[in-house]
Design a protein around this ligand. Structure first.
Ligand code: AMP
Ligand code: GLY
Length: 417
């Protein structure tokens, strides 16, 4: 039996922990830093994901740990995989170079351009005056993005010059996403259905996960500001077998090959954020990791042993593994704090009726305060149900949500509708 260390503290990490807990190989799961829900399934250690020194110390004093699972974007882009590997530890997660596919949108665009991978047309700017000149002449709408990581807030869809100027100024002159994140991309706006498709890959082969769709806006009917994700369903009914085949041939295989050719072999979870325009898939973004909240809808469908998959990816023998999924419809609904994605109050007690069964509850922003489960973030928890069809899983999930209470609890009513 083995131990594993999972890095992170969100609903996604709770889903990874719960899936690893089902493994026949795992007896102890550590999570750094985790949350109050993860504490029920793992031993939480108070180490922040970017504190590589403390993580190394922890691994050195816990030789029973078979590998570390690095899930959040920040440590991956900062090179956690390389740093731990240099010390002799095994890690599930891409190298710093491979994580550039998420860490720099300009890198990702150039890779797609060079390899004929379908994506929105774009220009990029490192100079404010050049960007201003471009937006003066642009055909609106346009999409303006910060090149680097931006906590999911780095994308603005602009319908006029004024909005575009504000977006460009915020990133390039006010440096709202940091002094090292002032370059921008300007893209044509694509319209259609968004689908998230995630794969496990060891750089040689890949195994598909069921497709998913995230709901990014705070309000029902996709209204209001963007959030980290208010819910997801999986699979997506918009993603037909024909679309999957096109995506494999035009996007997944060429991306994995292109990364290999650039000496950036990707090992881990590669996330394709797609827009289905008319009947063709385009890449909107890549992530170098599991998505949140897609993972809370995807991993409960996994029938295979997640430890075996991670282990095989690390050792580049994923071709030996049969990755099986159940055939239901999963829906995951996020319960958030009133005010999110703006300011909100934390520390409210959470009560979960003991007769809430038939669903999985993944904690995100929760904390134990004097033995009481309390809110501790914008997105507090996610409730996932799996049933034979969308209506049945929606009704399971929404019934469960009625039995969970905290002050200011907010969720969308239209996830999967
Ligand atoms: P990203 O951080 O790149 O995933 O962008 C966040 C969201 O902005 C996406 O999920 C889309 O909804 C939207 N978006 C990004 N790029 C485009 C585009 N070129 N056309 C239309 N919508 C986009
Ligand atoms: N759900 C999108 C992301 O994880 O970035």
């Amino acid at each position: 039996m083995a131990s594993v260390l999972v890095i992170g503290s969100g609903g996604r990490e709770h889903a990874v922990v719960k899936a690893l807990k089902k493994s026949r190989h795992v007896d102890t799961i550590y999570c750094a830093p985790g949350n109050a829900g993860i504490e029920e399934d793992a031993i939480c250690v108070p180490i922040e994901p970017l504190d590589f020194g403390k993580i190394i110390n922890f691994l050195q004093s816990h030789k029973d740990i078979a590998f570390t699972v690095a899930t959040p974007d920040n440590p991956l882009v900062a090179g956690i995989t390389d740093v731990l590997q240099e010390k002799g530890f095994r890690v599930f997660g891409p190298s710093k170079k491979a994580a550039m596919i998420e860490g720099s949108k300009i890198f990702a665009k150039k890779l797609m351009e060079k390899n004929g991978i379908p994506t929105a047309k774009y220009s990029y700017f490192t100079d404010y005056a050049d960007a201003l000149y471009y937006i003066l002449q642009a055909q609106y709408p346009i999409v303006i993005k910060a090149d680097g990581l931006a906590y999911g807030k780095g994308v603005k869809i602009c319908t006029n010059f004024k909005d575009a100027e504000n977006a460009v100024s915020a990133i390039m002159t006010e440096a709202v996403f940091g002094l090292n994140n002032r370059n921008i991309l300007i893209e044509e706006m694509l319209t259609g259905h968004e689908v998230s498709l995630l794969v496990f890959t060891d750089g040689k082969t890949f195994k598909l996960m069921p497709s998913a769709q995230d709901h990014k806006r705070i309000g029902d009917g996709d209204l209001g500001p963007n959030t980290g994700g208010m819910g997801a369903f999986s699979p997506s009914p918009f993603f037909t077998p024909m679309m999957l085949e096109k995506t494999i041939q035009r996007i997944i295989k060429p991306t994995i090959n292109a990364l290999n050719a650039d000496d950036c072999t990707f090992k881990g979870v590669l996330y394709f954020g797609l827009m289905i325009c008319k009947s063709d898939p385009y890449v909107i973004e890549y992530n170098a990791r599991f998505g949140d909240p897609e993972t809370q809808a995807i991993l409960p469908q996994l029938e295979s042993d997640l430890y075996e998959i991670f282990d095989a990816v690390i050792d580049e023998r994923l071709d030996e593994i049969d990755v099986k999924w159940s055939r239901g419809q999963a829906v995951s609904i996020v319960a958030a704090s009133q005010g999110y994605p703006g300011s909100y109050t934390v520390g409210y007690p959470i009560t979960i009726d003991p007769d809430v069964t038939d669903v999985e509850i993944f904690h995100a922003g929760t904390k134990n305060i004097d033995g009481e489960l309390c809110t501790n973030g914008g997105r507090v928890l996610a409730v996932t149900a799996i049933a034979s069809d969308m209506q049945a899983s929606r009704s399971l999930a929404y019934n469960a949500l009625k039995k969970i209470k905290f002050k200011g609890m907010y969720y969308r009513y239209d996830i999967g509708k």
